[in-house]
Design a protein around this ligand. Structure first.
Ligand code: 13P
Length: 287
């Protein structure tokens, strides 16, 4: 059964570790992540961008697939199904479809508009026991057509949004989606400390988990980050393993063209990547 992310994030905040949000794209992705978190007794948040939701056929298909896998694979660790960077309309749709957690990304609106829309969705999600993430200061890089400039969030604006009763808050601290450029300056820990001081108890979310050095991840967790999002890294791992399989000509040997064989190396590579992240984030045996 899907659960809200609220309890797992409060435990993570208090225990000084982070819960991983891993974005899913298809059945192989979802199965690899669910099996790995179960093997490691870790809670998890499955992230679905609006683009990935559309790709998988729609939100009902996603809910059906995830619930089916949880049942068939006997997954007993806490799993939240969460829309990533949802629009207002997208959040309404996934709540209807049965997601257990939502992100409303109003970071591109003027702060008053972000506050107004977030307020409405906090009430709606709260009434249904669904956790809600809000965002201040857009995350840089490009993700499914959503382009952010990598702002540093304003601590006062973060407080205004945190005070609306959101479950978790994503605040830009120089993090970006996708690979980090060679001249990246790193996370802005002064900004993170100010945001933490202003927002109090609200668990903070770090987007753009791919490619952030381990020491920065650990420092971010020590400063109040309780959820870390990872997407691109699993895509790179999957692509690399699949490329090796094809380059070795394995799809041309015997029944190597069978999708169950062709996609197996990518599946295993996702499992390895997820396990590495669970270790780094400290969520193993925290289910
Ligand atoms: P990466 O693709 O950089 O790992 O970022 C993921 C993310 O933040 C999803 O919201």
């Amino acid at each position: 059964m899907l659960v809200s992310a609220k309890e797992m994030l409060i435990k993570a905040r208090d225990g000084k570790y982070a819960v991983g949000q891993f974005n899913i794209n298809n059945l192989e992705w979802t199965k690899a992540i669910l099996l790995t978190v179960q093997e490691n007794n870790s809670p998890v948040i499955l992230g679905v961008s609006e683009g990935a939701g559309k790709y998988m056929g729609g939100y009902d298909a996603v809910v059906g697939m995830v619930n089916g896998l949880i049942k068939d694979l006997n997954i007993t660790v806490p799993v939240a199904l969460h829309i990533d960077h949802g629009t207002y309309e997208g959040v309404l749709k996934v709540i209807e479809a049965g997601f257990s957690s939502v992100m409303f990304d109003g970071s591109h609106y003027p702060i008053d508009e972000n506050i107004k829309k977030t307020t409405e969705l906090v009430k709606l999600a709260g009434d249904k026991g669904i956790s809600i993430e809000a965002e201040v200061g857009s995350i840089g890089g490009e993700e499914d057509g959503v382009i952010g400039a990598g702002e540093i969030a304003d601590a006062n604006e973060c407080k205004q949004i945190a005070d609306l009763g959101v479950t978790m808050l994503a605040a830009g601290i120089g993090n970006i989606h996708g690979k980090y450029p060679a001249n990246w300056k790193g996370l802005d820990f002064d900004a993170l400390a100010k945001i933490k001081a202003a927002t109090g108890d609200v668990p903070l979310v770090l987007h753009g988990g791919t490619g952030i050095p381990a020491d920065m991840i650990k420092k971010a967790i020590s400063l109040g980050v309780a959820k870390i999002n990872v997407n691109t890294e699993l895509q790179l791992a999957f692509a690399e393993a699949t490329r090796k399989y094809i380059e070795a000509g394995k799809d041309l040997q015997g029944k190597g063209f069978d999708p169950r064989k062709l996609l197996a190396p990518g599946f295993e590579a996702i499992k390895v990547s997820v396990k590495e992240k669970l270790e780094l984030f400290g969520s193993i045996n925290k289910a």
